[in-house]
Design a protein around this ligand. Structure first.
Ligand code: ATP
Ligand code: MG
Length: 606
């Protein structure tokens, strides 16, 4: 694998979608009318069902088929944007399908979370058909009856057999890359015997693992996946949808092509690890079409490279381990690459879509640099997020002549634009702040003995409080340990920003501040990457060995009133620090909690 950088990508609003090999295939299929003769009955079904339907109004059908066994992550976002995006761009439909043929590990909690995630990313599964709204939300477990029928049809056609070798014998007889497999002694059973035995499997007469149904293809095939793959197994497990109706379940490699065929999928897009399965996908659908069970033309499978993001793991199983072991606070911990985690961290659906568009689709594995996601976030929020000032490492600044020159207890109303470049034709939003005798400033903005080139506060130097007055530093007070407790300065009258006197005194720096009178104390959560290794689980590495001990830090700071009034989930640019979001779980009026999304520039971690 190589590290890939992304460059020369079109802007978010570019009318020219980046092209990729899948678009090339779809363009060709549409040009040649490959799928023009298909009919669609309005619901998934077999050949007869669809034959009675109408010409399919959808130009193409794609699908997003997660297993409901965990929360979706950023890798799934790539697949979602790809499948739903292609359907949208080509006048097609993308089916939201739960691949729930595995009775274990599947839960309603995950089903709900997955639907939420897809919707939040900006996609839906409704279309209109004959003027009626149709929902394309499907569950593979609803096809168990058909799958069973397909299995019996294969047996009857002499294309499947019940194998009762032990799992060890089966493994040994499969051969390997250099050795062809050996036929099972059960391979030559008669069709009648196979059918009877398969029905006994279904009826619970055999123990779990005692037999499997295998496709009868070729034990000497150079592709091991074609050496009579198992297509049904015995497993006494309660299924979340079908309960205890079945004690045999189809294998994924058998179920998936059938799901695609019943739903009239045209382009079945999956990740590269399924490339070796494609010959079986084609074999199976070809046989079922020939047997008249499914409509032709059958779906075709296309593989693309999965998303690998530096410093991130994208495996539900490994992410679950982080949750179960308490390494993170939950699936929605803002450091998690899950969709719920990214959402809580403050990433927007627009930024994730933009990211997916920019990384494109290819057939070779590579690592995408995490900064690509942050660049997309900044590009999305730059023109949208209101600006505000926050002090994250507060130090008190006292304007010692304030009462004398401004009036005792006076609070001066100041204002600043909330957006430097408001959308054309709209009025610039404004934020209001109050400047008084006491102000919070950033500890690093004062140096008693300034290093060379330092332009901020030090005795004798003048700076501007952004949007307020020019002040002149006169010194500081310290505690017994010599730690600075307060910075002392005087305000220079008649120098307020936006007044005629503003330019009368030249300064080299303007510093951010929050008024002690109207600033609100806030909890600010600073996140960094979860792993220190850019490829935490590559090559089977133990990802827990490279956990970043400094991935989470909480600071108490102060924010200006406009930030304190944030709605949960609202995003801001904290001037000089970067992008922050009001935490959607813990933020409340009067008790602000912000998460840092990312800095203004790459590697800008505080
Ligand atoms: P995991 O290994 O995390 O469990 P999975 O592939 O088993 O992932 P599924 O629920 O089967 O998870 O995935 C649904 C769809 O998302 C599949 O079509 C799969 O190809 C796609 N997908 C999963 N991970 C990625 C990834 N990292 N990049 C692109 N697509 C992905
Ligand atoms: Mg899977």
């Amino acid at each position: 694998m190589t590290d890939a950088t992304v460059s020369g990508t079109p802007a978010a609003d570019s009318p020219h979608k980046p092209t990729n090999f899948l678009r090339g295939i779809i363009d060709r299929d549409l040009e040649q009318g490959t799928y023009a003769s298909r009919r669609w009955a309005g619901t998934p079904g077999d050949a007869a069902h669809h034959a009675a339907g109408e010409p399919d109004p959808a130009k193409i059908r794609t699908r997003f088929p997660p297993e409901p066994n965990g929360y979706l992550h950023v890798g799934h976002a790539k697949s979602i944007c790809l499948n739903f995006g292609l359907a949208r761009d080509y006048g097609g439909v993308c089916h939201m399908r739960f691949d729930d043929t595995n009775p274990e590990k599947e839960e309603q909690e995950y089903v709900d979370a997955i639907l939420d995630a897809v919707k939040w990313l900006g996609f839906g599964w409704d279309s209109s058909f004959n003027g009626q709204a149709q929902s394309h939300l499907y569950y593979a477990s609803n096809y168990f009856d058909f799958m069973y029928r397909a299995a019996e049809a294969l047996i009857t056609a002499g294309l499947a057999y019940v194998d009762e070798q032990t799992p060890e014998e089966m493994r040994a007889n499969r051969g390997d890359f250099t050795t062809p497999g050996t036929d099972s002694p059960f391979r030559s059973r008669s069709r009648e015997e196979n059918l009877a035995r398969f029905r006994e499997m279904r009826d619970g007469k055999l123990a779990d693992g005692a037999a499997v149904l295998r496709a009868k293809i070729d034990m000497a095939s150079p592709n091991i996946n074609l050496r009579d793959p198992a297509i049904y197994r015995i497993r006494r497990a309660t299924h979340h949808n079908t309960g205890d109706t079945w004690c045999i379940y189809p294998m994924y490699t058998f179920a998936h092509p059938i799901e695609d065929a019943l739903e009239q999928i045209t382009h079945s897009i999956c990740t590269l690890e399924f490339e070796d399965q494609r010959p079986f996908y084609d074999w199976l659908l070809d046989k079922l079409a020939t047997l008249g069970l499914i409509q032709q033309p059958v779906p075709r499978q296309y593989e693309f490279a999965r998303l690998n993001l530096t410093y991130v793991i994208t495996s539900k199983r490994k992410l679950k381990a982080l949750v179960d072991d308490g390494v993170v606070s939950g699936w929605d911990d803002p450091r998690m690459p899950t969709i719920v985690g990214l959402r809580r961290r403050g990433y927007t659906p627009e930024a994730i879509q933009l990211f997916c568009e920019r990384i494109g689709v290819s057939k070779s594995d590579s690592w995408i640099d995490y900064s690509t996601l942050d660049i997309a976030l900044r590009d999305d929020l730059e023109s949208k997020a209101h600006r505000g000032m926050a002090v994250l490492d507060p130090l008190k600044l006292v304007l010692t002549n304030w009462d004398e020159v401004m009036g005792a207890g006076h609070l001066e109303a100041c204002s600043l634009p909330a957006l430097p470049h408001p959308p054309e034709g709209t009025e610039a939003p404004v934020r209001h702040l109050k400047l008084g005798r006491e102000v919070w400033i950033e500890r690093e903005d004062f140096e008693e003995v300034p290093p060379k080139g330092y332009k901020r506060l030090f005795p004798g130097n003048k700076v501007r409080l952004k949007g307020g007055y020019v002040i002149e530093c006169t010194g500081c007070t310290k505690d017994a340990e010599g730690q600075v407790t307060e910075v002392l300065a005087t305000v220079v009258p008649d120098t307020k920003s936006g007044t005629p006197g503003a330019d009368s005194v030249k300064v080299k720096a303007a510093i951010t501040w929050v008024g002690a009178a109207d600033g609100v104390e806030a909890e600010v959560r600073l996140y960094d990457r979860l792993f220190t290794d850019p490829h935490p689980d590559a090559g089977g590495k133990d990802f827990k060995a490279s956990l970043n001990p400094d991935s989470f830090k909480v600071v108490k700071g102060y924010v200006e009133p406009s930030l304190a009034q944030a709605q949960p989930d609202q995003k801001f640019q904290f001037e000089r620090f970067g992008y922050f979001v009001a935490d959607r779980v813990d933020h409340a009026a009067g008790k602000p909690v912000f998460n840092k999304i990312t800095g203004l520039k790459d590697g800008n971690w505080k």
